[in-house]
Ligand binder design. Structure first.
Ligand SMILES: Cc1cc2nc3c(=O)[nH]c(=O)nc-3n(C[C@H](O)[C@H](O)[C@H](O)COP(=O)(O)OP(=O)(O)OC[C@H]3O[C@@H](n4cnc5c(N)ncnc54)[C@H](O)[C@@H]3O)c2cc1C
Length: 395
């Protein structure tokens, strides 16, 4: 593994850094306070601006609107965005996991039809995998699609569908053959969310937001040309999507953690505990130092994983190591922040005494979902045990 950037990568980084320095919208801090929908519209315009300047889909092929650069440059892009404090792009799932799935498994016509609109945020995507009785055991899903001439007729229910409320399209995993072993009868369909029979309902999280949804499908007609990959081969396509979700999705996170860490250290120096700055308390110092070291370990682990993905072209099961690490580290970090900030850390943005506009209370509550989304920690450990370490499969 070589941790140094090449001359081309350094040039790319400097060009991007300069562009971000003069283009990152300053009003993001105020927009953060607005409703979910208003924030989302803002993020769509920001993504459009990045796309028009050639900064969306860094590693996607040029003919589909991308930049045709390397995966390493894609990673540099996420890192520089985080470093600059830039707002995220709106089409999180389209860019991070669904576009790469279409590139890997889609037909030429599908790539031409869908990829540019993902990059420009003209079409927002959601991921319809989990069901009320199929989360960790995804292959048990029951949403069915029955062939009727040139269309599939879809019936069933998905749950925890992030961005369902904003999405124009959904990557949907359905059962097309109920008479074969459960992994073998699945197919991936691209479903337009405004098709008659699709019903999206909000689910409120403990943060107070309705980031995800329940989505019901009743006799929804989906053209056969919207199958991704082969019929009944959907398990491979879905696993491809999940590998991206676990492998490269967290690329900018380490920088965000580092920025949060720097802010917490600043607060530890100014907030007083027992008559002295909290940073002088030996227990606080030990906890902060431990976290600082773990954020650095995360950076090194990510570099190792990205250099391996660059060599093979696709993320592998070792992406589960990163998934466990970033999710559990964030929970440890948010816990330490709460211990340090005391009751003030629990105040939300609605309270004038809230520190950093309630970001710490939001961060603590939202972090609980980290070890569940994109596959729970237990499932990641099973994957590492079996596919990375070669241990017997767990049932
Ligand atoms: C914030 C958030 C966003 C999400 N966004 C999406 C989305 O956009 N699209 C989507 O499809 N899904 C989404 N999900 C759903 C997520 O993928 C599932 O919640 C997750 O896969 C777990 O499934 P489950 O909730 O059904 O829990 P279950 O599978 O019922 O698991 C319950 C508990 O049992 C444990 N467990 C289960 N099986 C095993 C086993 N074999 N070995 C050891 N332990 C086991 C689990 O680790 C967990 O602790 C999201 C979830 C969250 C929290």
């Amino acid at each position: 593994m070589d941790l140094n950037l090449t001359t081309d990568e350094l040039q790319f980084r400097d060009e991007l850094r300069a562009w971000l320095a003069s283009n990152v919208p300053e009003e993001w801090d105020e927009v953060r306070e607005e409703s979910l929908e208003e924030r989302f519209d803002f993020l769509k315009s920001w993504q459009r601006k990045l796309y028009e300047a050639g900064w969306a889909g860094i590693s996607w092929p040029k003919e589909y609107g991308g930049r045709g650069a390397s995966l390493m440059e894609q990673v540099i892009f996420w890192q520089e965005m985080a470093q600059a404090g830039a707002p995220p792009m709106a089409n999180v799932l389209g860019l991070g996991i669904i576009g790469p799935t279409i590139i890997a498994f889609g037909t030429e016509a599908q790539k031409k039809r869908f990829l540019k609109k993902i990059l420009s945020a003209e079409e927002i995507w959601c991921q319809g995998f989990s069901e009320p009785n199929a989360g960790s055991d995804l292959a048990s899903l029951q949403t069915e699609a029955r062939l009727d001439g040139t269309h599939y007729i879809v019936n069933g229910q998905k749950v925890w569908t992030s961005y369902g409320w904003a999405a124009d399209w959904c990557e949907l995993v359905v059962r097309t053959d109920p008479n074969v072993p459960k992994h073998k009868g699945l197919t991936v369909l691209m479903v337009e969310m405004k098709t008659p029979g699709v019903d999206v309902r909000p689910l409120r999280q403990m943060t107070g937001e309705t980031e995800f949804n329940e989505v019901f499908f009743r006799d929804v007609r989906v053209p056969v040309e919207n199958v991704v990959g082969k019929v009944n081969d959907g398990w491979d396509v879905a696993i491809g999507t999940l590998m991206h979700e676990r492998g490269t999705f967290g690329a900018g996170l380490q920088i965000i953690y580092k920025r949060n860490m720097d802010r917490l250290i600043e607060l530890a120096r100014t907030l007083r505990r027992n008559g002295q700055p909290a940073a002088q308390d030996p227990l606080v110092r030990q906890k902060l130092a431990q976290c600082y070291a773990e954020i650095e370990i995360m950076r090194l682990n990510q570099m190792r994983a990205f250099s391996r993905i660059s060599a093979t072209g696709v993320p592998g099961p070792e992406g589960s190591i990163m998934k466990i690490f970033w999710s559990e580290l964030n929970q440890r970090f948010q816990q330490i922040a709460q211990e340090l900030l005391g009751p003030f850390g629990q105040l939300t943005s609605a309270d004038s005494y809230a520190i950093d506009n309630g970001a710490w209370s939001y961060g603590y509550l939202r972090s609980r979902g980290n070890t569940i989304e994109a596959g729970t920690s237990e499932i990641q450990r099973n994957i590492i045990g079996h596919f990375v370490l070669g241990l017997p499969r767990s049932y």
